[in-house]
Design a protein around this ligand. Structure first.
Ligand code: MG
Length: 384
């Protein structure tokens, strides 16, 4: 029996690589539903030969009459409401490769329909980790991470209870500007920020990697996914991105997962979890790599990483506020309306204005995201 999967965010970087893997493993999976956003590459038309016949549900951000002639037998949904309709369809696995806060409600809806989720959308756990994990436990749903670091930790932990863990050690490549001082960051451009030394990823996550917000998000995600206290989640700079993360156990034995920098590995591990299958990713040649370097990740150099620990520990709405502020600030940077260093300045100013709410509801999280995004916009437009 092939596993029925629904792929959210099919036209993004992770979505396209997921389609590639499922093409190679079409004896194991069929894609019954997809969602696409703006989709400049017109994924659903270019992949029509492969997808036609298996896809039965399509959600697009806008109404797309052009798709109906290529997929005459499909049911069509649209916008945010469409993502909820799509994630209500019965499937074996939902792959959430959406970008940004919009990924939260489809994840929660999938969980409430008892569908396992392979999660590439970081914002879901950053903004709403407490509620998402509680509901996943209550509904008996697995959340399998699609992120090289969390995939590595999941692999190192296979067979071990989290009570045997001393520390999770998350590696960071350092992003596009790892060799620049804070003084040099004043003059960096959007084009420079979008050039990541190791990984080929979407624009937002590439900027998040350059500011190190991404690593802060990963710390918060790790806290929720593996139920480990923030004091026992460490981060370390590892420029080669070969060691994808490590787990130190109580007996001080350390396990690591290594591999080339290729997102197809964590994607296919999440699809087949906990089994393994061959793929076309390159084999790791350690002789060619030569040496592996590790350095301290300075919180002075990367203040957003320190802020993420602080907001994670504060809990309540604070991670959602930080996430909302970041989402808006990065969008403004991508539109060339603010400088690179303005991103962190706007996030700090916004979280300092927020008043935390404990025992949060999903509604509080949604409101906090809206408030933070608007606050950043007001700061930039000078109305505050
Ligand atoms: Mg990562």
């Amino acid at each position: 029996m092939r596993k029925k999967v629904i792929l959210l965010g099919a036209s993004g970087n992770i979505g396209l690589q997921t389609i590639d893997i499922i093409k190679q493993q079409s004896d194991s999976f069929e894609i019954i539903g997809v969602s696409v956003g703006k989709d400049p590459g017109n994924t659903l038309l270019s992949e029509c030969c492969f997808l036609k016949g298996q896809v039965r549900y399509i959600c697009s951000s806008d109404v797309r009459d052009d798709l109906k002639q290529y997929y005459p037998d499909c049911e069509f949904f649209h916008g945010d409401k469409g993502l909820i309709e799509l994630t209500s369809i019965k499937a074996d696995l939902i792959i959430n490769a959406l970008q940004g806060f919009v990924g939260l409600l489809p994840t929660l809806n999938a969980i409430r329909h008892k569908t396992n989720v392979a999660l590439a959308n970081k914002e879901t756990l950053v903004a709403c980790g407490s509620i998402v994990m509680k509901e996943a436990r209550e509904h008996g749903v697995s959340i399998i991470p699609i992120d090289s670091e969390h995939s590595a930790i999941t692999q190192c932990l296979l067979g071990y209870d989290h009570s045997t863990v001393e520390n999770l050690i998350i590696t960071a490549s350092g992003g596009s500007f790892r060799d620049l001082s804070r003084e040099q960051l004043k003059d960096v451009t959007l084009e420079m920020a979008l050039s990541h030394p190791n990984w080929s990823m979407g624009k937002k996550i590439t900027i998040d990697s350059a500011t190190m917000m991404n690593k802060g998000f990963e710390v918060i995600e790790a806290h929720w996914l593996f139920d480990i206290d923030y004091d026992h989640i460490k981060t370390i700079l590892h420029p080669q991105s070969i060691v994808h993360s490590l787990v130190e156990f109580k007996d001080h034995a350390v396990l690591a997962q290594l591999g080339v920098s290729d997102m197809r590995m964590p994607i296919q591990f999440a699809l087949n979890y906990p089994d393994r299958k061959g793929n076309t990713s390159e084999s790791l040649d350690l002789i060619k790599v030569g040496s592996l370097d590790f350095r301290e990740l300075s919180l002075e150099r990367y203040p957003l990483l320190g802020l993420a620990y602080e907001m994670g520990r504060a809990g309540g709405i604070m991670p959602a506020v930080m996430n909302g502020a970041n989402e808006r600030a990065v969008r403004l940077f991508l539109q060339k309306r603010i400088s690179f260093l303005d991103i962190e300045k706007l996030i700090f100013e916004t979280v300092r204005e927020a008043v935390n709410i404990e025992d949060t509801t999903v509604n509080d999280i949604i409101e906090s995201d809206r408030w933070a995004q608007k606050h950043v916009l007001d700061l930039v437009e000078g109305s505050l």
